[in-house]
Design a protein around this ligand. Structure first.
Ligand code: GLA
Length: 431
């Protein structure tokens, strides 16, 4: 009898501490998400290429698979709002709009899987989605989780329109359990904190890390620099709360990448990519991959920016310095004693020549190998050596900094090999 009680206790403790042990998203998820660029465009008759229909997701899947995205890690194709029919079926299950998704969600998931991609789906904890489609009230959570698993969905975003704080407090953990109970690994994205102001005491980041793989903390991104800057400001003003919450399997989500749309210059696009990498943010592009410019594609496909974003240690970076002159410096520690630095300009006049040194940025004594992420150039730099970076208005300079080389002639030789191979995207490997 006593043994049985003990076993029960151990089982209860285990399930409590391993709440979201779904093994998913040990590094930030990457892919494509419909919302920012395609919203709730329902006009398939007049706008067949852009309306929310299976064709849009098939088009994007083809681009991801054929234009080099998938190999870089962009594997999720995520449906957002407005995919469903206005009514549940006769068994009470959600169903896709039959006109716009004639083959159904399961077929779409299979299309993705056949191409080495994954499918994400959207729902809402509440009576309706934000767009007015059927929501998931508390009594439907188990059924909906099972439906998504039956459809072979790989990720689920649970929005929070049309529910109150009490319902959310019940619903988000229940959905986590229900998804786990299906036995299908489904990455779980929670919009819960965004509906509760994103900060403690209303938001409990310890609990979120146990039940969700990622979570939206803040408002929706729009296609403008103002919007990107507003998000950057909020996330770094609150970094002391947010950064410790992130780690393998649990990520803060500052919302989609809008690189490739209409609102950002190339410098601003590099700034968004660089800071999302520093933040260990999920990289969900919301753009039109069929018509994206080569400039935007080059930024989104930057291998070193992606390596930094995907670093296995999963530590979210921070702002180190906010200079009155309008320069911020951000830093993220990476595995193998490497790190990333971003010099960011809020200025609106001309490229600013910012002078500092690695020791001023808290680096310990030594000689470091610097790789400039967007120019592909390398150099060696001593901690004490003053240097100048020229940062464009609303732009960035981003560096990958490798571990300090200990001073011996062999290392000197190694360092020069490193410079030589820098463009081949193997700085993270031992030379
Ligand atoms: C909310 C979410 C967005 C998007 C829309 C859809 O605003 O925050 O990301 O999902 O709903 O209606």
């Amino acid at each position: 009898m006593q043994v049985a009680v003990l076993l029960l206790l151990v089982a209860a403790l285990c399930s409590a501490t391993l709440a979201l042990d779904n093994g998913e998203m040990r590094v930030p998820p990457m892919g494509w998400l419909a919302w920012e660029r395609f919203r709730c465009d329902l006009d398939c008759e007049h706008d067949p290429k852009n309306c929310i229909s299976e064709n849009l997701f098939i088009d994007m899947a083809d681009r991801l698979a054929e234009d080099g995205w998938r190999e870089l890690g962009y594997v999720y194709v995520n449906i957002d709002d407005c995919w469903s029919s206005m009514k549940r079926d006769e068994k009470g299950r959600l169903q896709a709009d039959p006109k716009r998704f004639p083959r159904g969600i399961k077929e779409l998931a299979r299309y993705m899987h056949a191409r080495g991609l994954k499918l994400g789906l959207y729902g809402d904890m509440g009576t309706h989605t934000c767009g007015g489609y059927p929501g998931t009230t508390l009594d439907n959570i188990d059924l909906d989780a099972q439906t998504f698993a039956d459809w072979e969905v790989d990720m689920f975003k649970f929005d929070g329109c049309y529910s109150n704080a009490t319902e959310q407090e019940q619903g988000y953990p229940l959905m986590s359990k229900a998804l786990n109970a299906t036995g299908r690994p489904i990455g779980y994205s929670c919009s819960w904190p965004a509906y509760q102001g994103g900060l403690p005491p209303k938001v409990n980041y310890t609990e979120l890390g146990q039940i969700c793989n990622l979570w939206r903390n803040y408002g929706d991104i729009q296609d403008s620099w103002d919007s990107v800057l507003n998000i950057i400001n909020w996330f770094f003003e609150n970094q002391d709360v947010l950064a410790p919450a992130a780690g393998p399997g649990k990520w803060n989500d500052p919302d989609m990448l809008i690189v490739g749309d209409f609102g950002l210059s190339m410098d601003q696009s590099r700034a968004q990519m660089a800071l999302w990498a520093i933040m260990a943010a999920p990289l969900f592009m919301s753009n039109d991959l069929r018509t994206i410019s080569s400039g935007a594609r080059t930024i989104l496909q930057n291998k070193m920016a992606i390596i930094i974003n995907q670093d296995p240690m999963g530590v979210q970076g921070r702002r180190l310095v906010k200079e009155k002159i309008g320069i911020d410096v951000f830093w993220r520690p990476l595995s193998k004693n490497a790190s990333a630095l971003v010099f960011f300009s809020r200025r609106t006049d001309m490229p600013y020549r910012y002078q500092t040194s690695l020791s001023k940025l808290n680096y310990t004594a030594g000689s470091y190998e610097i790789y400039d992420v967007f120019t592909g150039k390398s150099m060696a730099l001593k901690d004490s050596a003053p240097f100048v970076v020229s940062v464009n208005p609303t732009g960035v300079v981003m560096w990958h900094v490798s571990a300090p080389a200990k001073w011996n002639p062999r290392h000197f030789y190694k360092a020069s090999v490193c410079v030589y191979t820098a463009n081949r995207y193997d700085l993270n490997e031992e030379v």
